[in-house]
Design a protein around this ligand. Structure first.
Ligand code: ATP
Length: 628
């Protein structure tokens, strides 16, 4: 009997020794005795409140487990008794008694009765049954094994799988040379894999008693599709079952993939569709071309097939080679090709704008400089003149093309680490600056913008390092050439841009740097030193936008900012869609800016999460001691 209470006293050392000794000398005391010892040990941990011990304690105390163990012990005991029949030849013995011994014995009524009993047909039948059992005559006679089978090899395996509404989780193929039907792959988490009885490379001999010899894989699939309930496979096991020794890897998908549209996938139904930015858990890379993966949002399901890095790169190369030669076409942002900007610029208002810049929205040095109107107009204008962030140079774009998956790890910022840069991205006019302004206004000691650089001369009311860093053209260009500019452009003959160092200055100050960036600049900002968290600000649908932007103003080159027209809103929606299509893989969070207050609250919460909770980041950003 197993008994132990949470508070029960522990046996002293002598008791323990005695018990250990008795277990050793008396093995049939068995598992329930061992269990009692474990429980006593556990008491010790339980009283110390050791994590997980309660669970084990309750499990070992559960009546069903104890009952099960008792049954086990009884069976063990029974096995030990080794019941053997007194004789396997009871029938012969009966004959001998009847024909020899009883004949020679003087007749008496008892002898007469015994003889009758021994002669009775039912008694003879009973003895015959006894002998059959005693001689184990009921076991089937198996044909002898052929001599030439290697000892370690399993010749044929029968596998029964119960198919209840779920796919079998295995694919088949025909061997090119022999024509045999082979198990091509076993899908992780599927029925076949969970059975542990089917392996890639097993040769299929029969399905539900039907020989598959000479059949096409499609015909075999048809047999399987028609089968209900238990399916029986007869297979010749592969001599060397594949072992998956690779560790599980997590990646961010930089492309989207639709198996239904891929004619090269070995099994369309086994494909895993995914979108840009999805985090995938890769569980099998044994096949160089087709990996098995799950989405982290769906880890309970069985894995699906995805094209491997190598296969995608090959496809991309084939795609590029098949395109007619258009120099630098892939470097150009297709997003802005159809963007319309009113070119009628009122030169005379520049000074007036500058005064408006000086009348800052926020007090304090540096705190408002991110809202420089010229900088924003420069960025807007750059849409047309192909503002090229340095990161969109040939190498990085080619790099993006060549990396369909980016390995990621969980990263938890430690309190001593610098804050992560917060990057806001969105179509012009959606409210990126408005949200940034409101966020900084909430807590200017915690949130700050980076001070941009400009080559224009300083106005009398401006201060270097507050509105802008005023630098020469040569200095500006050297920052560009040394890749220290996150983005830059030209406006009215002057250069404007935001440097990595300006962002670092805010982070070094222990603050959270919040900046808006053109999407092409995201890749430049994605470095270990800045660890940017990218938030996409998205417009809501047209009817909501018309309502919420009734009194909003779109920033223009004109003297007076203009109200949004329907075309502006439509353009914003189209642009947002294109941004998502082209850069969605980099977005860590998306906020729909419909109601300003709600959007601002969402922004605040997202920014806090980015700093305080663990997030998926590129593996290259994180050294192994900061992974969470
Ligand atoms: N949710 C909202 N509801 C109503 N008005 C809004 C909302 N969000 C922003 N606005 C207003 O829309 C106008 C444009 O916003 P904002 O200047 O922030 O745009 P932007 O995304 O920074 O684009 P750009 O840099 O081209 O100006 C501003 O007048 C702003 O107050």
């Amino acid at each position: 009997m197993i008994q132990s209470d949470k508070g029960s006293d522990l046996p002293d050392e002598k008791d323990k020794k005695d018990e250990k000794l008795s277990t050793r000398t008396n093995p049939e005391n068995g598992i329930s005795h061992l269990l009692r010892l474990v429980l006593q040990e556990l008491n010790l941990f339980y009283s110390r409140d050791v994590n997980g011990v309660c669970l084990l304690y309750d499990l070992l105390h559960s009546p069903w487990l104890q009952a099960l163990l008792k049954v086990y012990d009884s069976l063990q005991e029974f096995k030990e008794k080794k019941l053997v029949p007194a004789t396997p030849h009871a029938q012969a013995l009966s004959c001998e008694v009847r024909l020899k011994i009883l004949r020679e014995t003087p007749k008496s009524p008892e002898i007469q009765e015994l003889r009758q009993i021994l002669q009775a047909p039912h008694f003879k039948a009973l003895l015959s049954a006894h002998d059959t059992v005693a001689q184990k005559d009921f076991e089937p006679l198996l044909p002898p094994l052929p001599d030439n089978i290697p000892e370690s090899e399993e010749a044929m395996r029968i596998v029964c799988l119960v198919k209840n509404q779920q796919p079998l989780g295995a694919t088949i193929k025909r061997h090119e040379m022999t024509g045999d039907i082979l198990v091509a792959r076993v899908i992780h988490g599927g029925l076949a894999e969970r059975s542990g009885l089917l392996y890639a490379g097993d040769k299929l001999v029969e399905v539900n008693g039907v020989s598959v010899e000479g059949l096409d894989p499609e015909q075999v699939i048809h047999i399987l599709a028609m089968s209900r309930g238990t399916i029986m496979f007869k297979v010749v096991p592969v001599s060397d079952p594949p072992v998956n020794s690779q560790k599980t890897v997590y990646v961010r998908a930089m492309i989207e993939y639709w198996p239904q549209e891929d004619p090269t996938i070995p099994c369309m139904d086994a494909g895993l569709p995914f979108q840009k930015g999805d985090i995938l858990q890769i569980v099998d890379q044994n096949d160089a071309l087709w990996w098995q993966a799950r989405k982290i949002s769906d880890l309970g399901t069985c894995a699906g097939l995805i094209p491997s890095n190598q296969l995608l790169k090959r496809k991309q190369r084939e795609f590029w080679w098949s395109q007619p030669y258009q120099p630098y076409k892939h470097l150009r942002s297709t997003i802005y090709d159809d963007m319309k900007i009113d070119e009628k610029c009122v030169e005379a208002v520049t000074a007036c704008f500058s005064r408006r810049e000086a009348g800052s929205e926020l007090p304090g040095p540096g705190s408002h400089s991110g809202f420089r109107r010229s900088m924003r107009l420069c960025r807007r204008r750059a849409h047309r003149s192909q503002l090229r962030a340095p990161g969109c140079g040939a190498s990085s774009c080619a790099g993006a093309v060549g990396a369909p998956y980016e390995e990621v790890v969980r990263y938890q910022r430690r309190p001593t680490d610098k804050h992560r840069l917060i990057v806001l991205v969105g179509p012009s006019g959606v409210g990126v600056n408005e949200l940034r302004r409101q966020l900084i206004e909430l807590n200017p000691d915690r949130f700050q913008s980076a001070v941009p650089h400009t080559t224009r001369s300083k106005k009398s009311y401006e201060m270097d390092g507050r509105e802008y860093h005023y630098v020469s053209k040569e200095t500006f260009e050297s920052l560009v050439y040394s890749h220290r500019m996150l983005e830059y452009g030209e406006y009215k003959g002057h250069l404007y841009g935001t440097s990595v160092d300006a962002v670092q200055a805010v982070l070094d100050d222990g603050k959270i740097c919040v900046m808006d960036l053109e999407p092409q600049g995201i890749q430049v900002a994605r470095t270990q030193e800045l660890k940017p968290y990218v938030i996409f600000i998205k417009p809501s649908n047209m009817s909501c936008m018309k309502r919420s932007r009734k009194n909003a103003k779109i920033i223009t080159d004109y003297f007076v900012d203009m109200k949004f027209k329907d075309e502006d809103l439509q353009e914003m929606e189209d642009l947002a869609q294109k941004m998502e299509t082209q850069f969605g893989q980099f977005f860590d969070h998306v906020i729909v800016n419909d109601n300003l207050q709600e959007a601002c609250a969402q922004l605040l919460s997202a920014v806090q999460k980015a700093q305080e909770e663990s997030q998926w980041v590129p593996a290259t950003w994180v050294s192994s001691d900061t992974k969470s």
